[in-house]
Design a protein around this ligand. Structure first.
Ligand code: FAD
Ligand code: NAP
Length: 249
């Protein structure tokens, strides 16, 4: 099997000074919502590759990835220069276990994301399975400033299409707003603000929690949930918490 599949950039979209998404056509194997692929570019004669979660659902052939440019980040510095028609390389097959197959049934699915990690949840929310399996779904997007609350049109459409099932809760930590919860997700679980806003209880009897993004947020949130008796999902020992970290801290 070829190591890389050459894709063609359809569009690079800039959302803020640091946030971008790229749409790419590439003939890769089917994937499962929540998985990631590897994006690669040749930089100084070497292929530099990093994992990125699909934002599009598996039924959408136009692949989309949402990313932040990080200081001195070798790949993102080049990704932001891409133009329509440029080559962008993908791995032939997607990978990853941040998928619904790994999540047991429950009444409520809590999807907790920071920053760019909203992507895999949008992919999962585009599937039929998620709406069939969970009576309630709470989508949380925690960002620093309000302008980082991206994909609002997609989220609005999801909420309108599933108004009795989906609740979207934004968190903004470094700006006062009159619509978002302020501060951080673990604190809002501890003091009850998240459940109050959702109008739902987060208990080990009724909930599954998927957490994605900043490793410190993943760790801190997991700690707060474990203090309530929830535990990590393992294949041979099902629990309530499924996680994916975007980098190591
Ligand atoms: C399973 C998986 C899925 C991922 N999916 C995405 C995705 O959908 N979108 C995305 O932007 N990144 C994602 N990442 C991170 C991505 O692979 C790269 O690390 C990132 O784009 C930076 O690449 P770089 O070469 O520019 O710098 P790197 O040398 O890879 O990273 C430098 C530093 O930047 C910080 N950083 C990396 N990624 C992020 C991020 N997403 N948000 C905030 N800070 C970050 C970390 O401190 C890291 O050590 C994912 C990582 C994993 C493991
Ligand atoms: N976003 C930007 O505008 C910007 C600009 C320049 C550089 N960067 C760089 O890009 C990287 C990522 O930025 P980002 O904004 O996407 O992601 P981020 O730093 O992961 O922040 C996203 C959200 O996660 C929260 N968070 C951080 N640690 C947490 C924890 N332990 N528990 C719970 N919540 C936590 C943040 O709250 P807090 O605000 O309380 O930390 C914020 O609300 C950083 O390395 C940053 O230096 C970002």
């Amino acid at each position: 099997m070829a190591k890389w599949i050459e894709g063609k950039v359809v569009r690079l979209r800039q959302w803020t000074s640091e946030l971008y998404s790229v749409q790419v056509e590439a003939d890769i194997a089917p994937f499962t919502a929540g998985q990631f692929n590897r994006l690669a570019l040749e930089i100084d004669g070497e292929m530099v590759a990093r994992p990125y979660s699909f934002v599009n659902g598996p039924d959408n052939p136009l692949h989309e990835f949402y990313f932040i440019t990080v200081k001195d980040g070798p790949l993102t510095a080049e990704l932001i220069k891409l133009q329509t028609g440029d080559s962008l390389y993908l791995a032939p097959k997607a990978a990853g276990f941040f998928i619904l197959n790994e999540v047991p049934d429950a009444e409520t699915l809590w999807m907790l994301s920071t920053g760019t990690a909203i992507g895999p949840f949008l992919s999962i929310l585009s599937t039929d399975e998620v709406w069939q399996r969970f009576s309630n779904i709470v989508l949380v997007h925690a960002v620093r400033t309000a302008e980082e609350l991206v994909y609002q049109d997609v989220i609005r459409e999801l909420v309108e299409g599933h108004s009795d099932q989906l609740c979207f809760i934004p968190f903004v930590s470094r700006q006062e707003t009159d619509f978002a919860i302020s501060g951080r997700v673990p604190h809002a679980i501890e003091d009850g603000r998240l459940e109050q806003r959702a109008g739902l209880k987060l208990t080990l009897e009724n909930s599954q929690v998927m957490i994605c993004g900043n490793p410190a947020m993943v760790r801190d949130t997991q700690g707060v949930l474990e203090a309530r008796g929830l535990k990590k999902n393992r294949r041979r020992d099902p629990g309530h918490i499924t996680t994916e970290q975007y980098w190591k801290d």
